[in-house]
Write a protein that binds this ligand. Structure first.
Ligand SMILES: Nc1ncnc2c1ncn2[C@@H]1O[C@H](COP(=O)(O)OP(=O)(O)OP(=O)(O)O)[C@@H](O)[C@H]1O
Ligand SMILES: [Mg+2]
Length: 147
């Protein structure tokens, strides 16, 4: 059986990110994810979409964000794709270092979005140039051993 795919295309503007958050809620709750997992996914997806609005299409007003939801037997994959200007992903950022190991003065106000995606999701892939694609994955019941 083919995996269900759901595609959503929104204008790359902050006011439409809510629509993606609602889609995350609807799709992930139907797939059986917990409230906590869904909240984590909403934050991670919002960070990825906000990056597109702020960084990819900084000087462009007709950009789009394509969001694809792919459901596997035990996981959800959410892909956030843009066709704007990309960036050099600093591979030294991964794997994420826990924030509590850093002194507050060493944590810069910017640069937390990708970090949060990595902390909140089970797996994050960043494909850059041309444009950017972020793949966010979460396993169903992935936190059970921590409960
Ligand atoms: N979709 C994107 N297109 C272009 N550049 C991006 C994209 N996503 C991230 N970046 C680049 O990666 C950097 C790190 O992103 P990250 O979300 O971690 O931090 P930030 O957006 O700078 O700050 P914060 O999210 O903490 O407000 C950004 O500053 C930007 O240069
Ligand atoms: Mg950001």
């Amino acid at each position: 059986m083919t995996k269900p795919h759901i595609h959503l295309t929104i204008p790359a503007q902050a006011e439409y990110i809510d629509t993606v958050r609602l889609a995350v809620y609807s799709i992930a709750s139907k797939a059986g994810f917990s409230y906590e997992d869904i909240e984590d996914m909403k934050v991670a997806v919002s960070e990825a979409c906000t990056n597109v609005v702020l960084h990819a299409y900084e000087h462009q007003h007709d950009g789009i964000i394509e969001v694809t939801f792919e459901l596997d037997i035990d996981s959800i994959y959410i892909k956030i794709r843009d066709y704007g200007s990309s960036f050099e992903y600093d591979k030294q950022m991964k794997p994420p270092v826990p924030l509590h190991n850093h002194k507050l003065e060493n944590i810069s106000p910017g640069g937390l979005g990708i970090y949060m995606m990595q902390a909140l999701m089970d797996h994050v892939e960043i494909h850059t140039g041309p444009g950017t694609e972020i793949v966010l994955a979460k396993r169903l019941g992935g936190n059970e051993e921590l409960a």
